[in-house]
Design a protein around this ligand. Sequence first.
Ligand code: GRF
Length: 222
Amino acid sequence: MISGTKLRVAVLLSGSGTNLQAIINQVESNELDIDIVGIVSDNPDAFGLERARKAGLATIVVDYALFPNRKEYDAELENTLARLEPDLVVLAGYMRILATPVVNAYAGRMLNIHPSLLPAYPGLDTYRRALEAGEDWHGTTVHYVIPELDAGPAILQYRIRIGPDDTEDQLCERIQNGEYRIYSKVISWIAAGRLQLRDGKVVMDGSQIDTPLIEDEPQQSA
Ligand code: GRF
């Protein structure tokens, strides 16, 4: 990033885009000082694209269905991102596994948010799996992206306690409310130059952190 300019952030999504909306809201209310340079989706029907247009942001669809094979899709996605010249790529509900060259092109400059307390429950259906396993805790993790799925260095987690009667939908709602807080927070740390990935390690305010920072759900008042 050129000093004195804002962090250029590209967002990659496939679906409803509520995390994108939270980021947009924080930019609009001046709580987050970044430039959102483009929203890229593999899915032309993603509602996140509507949210982006409404906010006056550039949208680009790289429609997976229109490519003859995975390789050509990956190449176009990489070119599309490169044209946006982002300092940071934010995955916000992007539902495909990224090809290794794209991930490597943004090493230390690509974030994901995954709805579990990683390394527990990588992959899909984390709410159901955590409930079925009888876990006491669940949550969501902001982490740097590496080629291995949901495995990159974790930065910040939002943690909730699972109650005896909790359903998947309730867990999802509570955890997503946390996502809207912690994703912007991590992006703001990067924008402020406080957070980096150095030699594969998360460095916050000059100190290496070997386990993610944790934010607990605020206590519900009775
Ligand atoms: C989020 O809950 C995130 O944990 C996961 O995908 C979901 C995307 O939701 N990676 P949205 O599209 O931001 O509403």
